[in-house]
Design a protein around this ligand. Structure first.
Ligand SMILES: C[S@@+](CC[C@H](N)C(=O)[O-])C[C@H]1O[C@@H](n2cnc3c(N)ncnc32)[C@H](O)[C@@H]1O
Length: 290
């Protein structure tokens, strides 16, 4: 499946996943495009272009989850990073759309077993400034508190593919007891929002919106918890390659798909940096060991 340390398919993941071997991926970790919030490309296969969460997005994601459940090895872990989505006021929407719930339902329908979700803390002041949402701002508080709410956190949904895990995840390069004490908390409050790869390299000239890369600290925990060294980590929505970058730095291999030219190119550059880093580490280790 992979010649070398990583491969990133350039194109629609849903079509591509249908061509991938069953039970070929050891772990998956990704952020699906959040429909209505962000459109990354003008292509119909870009799920970010679906304005209708009940219709198009559900249909695309339904196909997507069916393929995902097929290609992940039995008993292995799928981590999905999502947030709840405010409905668009300009089209008459009110309240929140339950994107987390949609992903859980579609994952379960495809046969994945929903096991858990972690909440990732988001700073309300920073979110109020960034999103300009009245529900969070002091002006909203002063105008009518009935309409206020707290910040919208991120969630990591943990699924497992049905069946028995043939290769336990344990041992070498693992997770210490102290790390587990911290990471087993239901909410992760120590993730820095700015701890991401640089997005500039992936920007297209006609972009109106830009990518929200997943925090490297989140990926670090998930890759170390749920994969063994040298296994294949899969991100069907690779973006600029954050999941792959961390996976390769931890001595895993990476398989991805990305639709947008600029992101695909940026992801390859980022993965090449991670390969160079892990080769340096190995050389250092070999030098120190003699
Ligand atoms: C939320 S971003 C992922 C960001 C990624 N986690 C990172 O940290 O770089 C979603 C990505 O999915 C891509 N995308 C949208 N629809 C796609 C599809 N059908 N196949 C492959 N990629 C797609 C978008 O171009 C975007 O880069």
């Amino acid at each position: 499946m992979i010649d070398g340390t990583f491969h990133i398919h350039h194109g629609d993941c849903i079509e591509h996943m249908a061509t991938m071997e069953a039970a070929s991926m050891d772990m998956a970790v990704f952020s699906p495009p959040f429909p209505s919030l962000y459109a990354y490309t003008s292509e119909a296969s870009d799920i970010g272009n679906s304005e209708d969460l009940g219709g198009d997005a559900r249909l695309h994601l339904g196909f997507f989850y069916r393929q995902l459940a097929r290609i992940v090895k039995p008993g292995r872990v799928v981590c999905v990073h999502v947030c709840q989505i405010p409905r668009m006021k300009r089209t008459g929407g009110v309240g929140l759309c339950d994107f987390r719930g949609l992903n859980i339902r579609l994952g379960e329908r495809s046969g994945l077993v929903y096991e858990y979700d972690w909440l990732i803390h988001k700073n309300p002041q920073a979110q109020a400034i960034r999103t300009k949402s009245r529900e969070l701002q002091f002006s909203g508080l002063e105008a009518d508190r009935a309409k206020t709410r707290g910040s919208l956190g991120d969630y990591i949904i943990k699924f497992r593919a049905p069946g028995d895990n043939e290769v336990p995840i344990r041992g070498e390069g693992g997770v210490s007891r102290n790390e587990w004490i911290a990471w087993a908390e239901a909410s992760w409050t120590d993730i820095r929002e700015t701890d991401t790869l640089n997005v500039k390299a992936g920007r297209g000239e006609d972009d109106t919106k830009h990518i929200c890369p997943l925090q490297l600290g989140v990926i670090d925990r998930l890759v170390r918890l749920f994969s063994n060294p040298n296994e294949i980590v899969f991100s069907p929505f690779t973006g600029i390659g954050s999941e792959g970058y961390v996976a390769v730095k931890h001595g895993r291999r990476f398989y991805g798909c990305e639709l947008k030219d600029e992101y695909h190119r940026a992801a390859i550059e980022n993965l090449e940096k991670a390969v160079a880093y892990s080769e340096d580490q190995m050389a250092l280790f070999a030098g120190g060991a003699t």
